[in-house]
Design a protein around this ligand. Sequence first.
Ligand SMILES: Nc1ncnc2c1ncn2[C@@H]1O[C@H](COP(=O)(O)OP(=O)(O)OP(=O)(O)O)[C@@H](O)[C@H]1O
Length: 628
Amino acid sequence: MGFSDHIKEIERVGQGSNTGRDAVVVASWRRCLETYQLDPAKAREAVIVSETRLREHRQQAEDLVHIARSGLERLYRQVAEQNYVLLLSDRQGVTVEFLGDPSFNNSLRKAGLYLGSEWSEPRAGTCAVGACITTGEPLTIHQSDHFDITHTPLSCTAAPIYDTQGALAAVLDISLLSSPILKASQNMARHLVSSTVRRIELANLMASSRHDLVLRFAGAPEFLDVDPEAAIAVDGAGRITGMTHGGAKLLAASRGLDWRRPELLLGQLVTDFFEAEFGELASLTRASLPQDRRIALRGGAFLYAHAIEPQQRIAGQPAARLPRALPALSRLGGTCPAIDSLRRKVMKLAPARLPVLLQGQTGTGKEHLARIIHEVSGVSGRFVAVNCAAIPEQLIESELFGYAPGAFTGALAKGRKGLVEEAKGGTLFLDEIGDMPFAAQSRLLRVLAEGEVLPVGGSVPRKVSFRVISASHRPLAALVAAGSFREDLYYRLNAAVLPLPPLSGREDFPWLLARLLEKHSAGGSPLRLSPEARALLLAHSWPGNIRELDNAIAFAAALCEDGVIGVEDLPEQLTLSPHAATEGNDGDGLLAMLTSCKGNVSEAARRLGIDRTTLHRRMRRLGIGRPH
Ligand SMILES: Nc1ncnc2c1ncn2[C@@H]1O[C@H](COP(=O)(O)OP(=O)(O)OP(=O)(O)O)[C@@H](O)[C@H]1O
């Protein structure tokens, strides 16, 4: 369809004609024309938000992204071959997570299928993410369904992700740069996106309702354990505390209520919705066969249920296994010279309340260490963490130091306490301190030098006393030399410097691995690794450090079936990393690579960038046979 035909059709729809478009598209076009006053004749470029705004949006979505990641990567693997890219947007329509083929980066960025792209209806016109945010329903916006002519080559399918309280939290979208003409070609995409969202919501509910009873539901007993359609969480008093979107719809349908009004569902007695006593519902555990767990809703419909009991600590046993329950210093790491020395330093420094500077690559555990220092110091105040890189530059001073009444437009009438005062008597952790703007650095220096804080727009300083721990992944000394960090502040912050080693250099790797396996065991028996998966993890170079390992185990924990993580459960990037080339030089690395290629020597040689004969020679030298 040409440019002018597209505009004419939108105008006709605006005047009330029926041109055969889906109702969701028609409604969205009308919103674009009437509510957002967009002009179909004006093509707009895709909007990509600034780095700072992106960081802010990503920070807010961090927990959700963490839980969603394994589902996203699995979905991406299912669709990447058909050239789909995957976007996760927050409820403002900003893309906070993106998976796509990097070789198309330029065209994807230009088309707005990229990290930071903003797909809200008022900005981008009719688009899948924007329409999904507005309607709260899964949908496809295919080619000329898009309002803006710039986006008409795209085909986008999106589904909403709801939080456990029934609010729209994010949107998952898969998109194609070019697609077949028929919209029905995207039906499968819609099914895949919706089922991924269902799994993400279920994982989110399970993670946030550990101390409540969770009830999972399916229309057929066969699907109850593998792919439940809905779930709700219920507290000890029988009141509903959380739900997946499917759960909300099911509860609402049973009483003829509107699922868009979660306040009518949350906090209500579960027995108001089911023809069963609370005790009966709680007894629908795996102890009986799925087909025997049939229950009736108040509205008359039947379905099958699976009750998962709240996780309780069994006296003496699991509590000792939980990483949090370990004494603070032993949570630092295993036994090896580098970590033992770090532990000794922390033991001495923690009670001294000196400013400490933590240096280490991203994901090496700087915040983890800062919390340990806080705990060991035994102070009664709070631990307040501030990520200086995530707060927009214009807000950082008021966030940190607070502001006086009426300090600026939009300020609260009675002013506000800053984070520095929140940390009174405790610890202020300034992460990514190297990103703190110069003006805020000067104010912080004054607070540290004088022990008092002057709120923005205020004239009366207030006394504060707290311990400051700062962290940076860039060497602060180099920032001082480059003139972007105040030298006097640098000397105030680094009374003691603790470097954190990169994961690849940590001899206590097995200890860390064991802690993370416990962490992701979700209360059941601890997860285990197959020997091949362990070899692969040991061989990887971990550029993202402990965070990358943590994410990889979280991912594998979600995929593995019987508590044993195999190579096939690990994220693909572990086997395809650019660092793989170095992994063929030692026995473990080579074995891991061969295993990940299912024993295919040609494939392993290709990934290692060497020829087959060299690989065979290396295998003979290291005494490695071909794994089966
Ligand atoms: N010693 C440890 N034992 C177990 N888990 C750890 C340990 N250190 C770090 N982690 C885990 O690794 C992840 C990353 O840690 P953390 O956020 O402290 O890193 P960071 O260096 O502050 O990262 P960034 O530079 O990105 O802010 C977290 O999930 C944390 O719980």
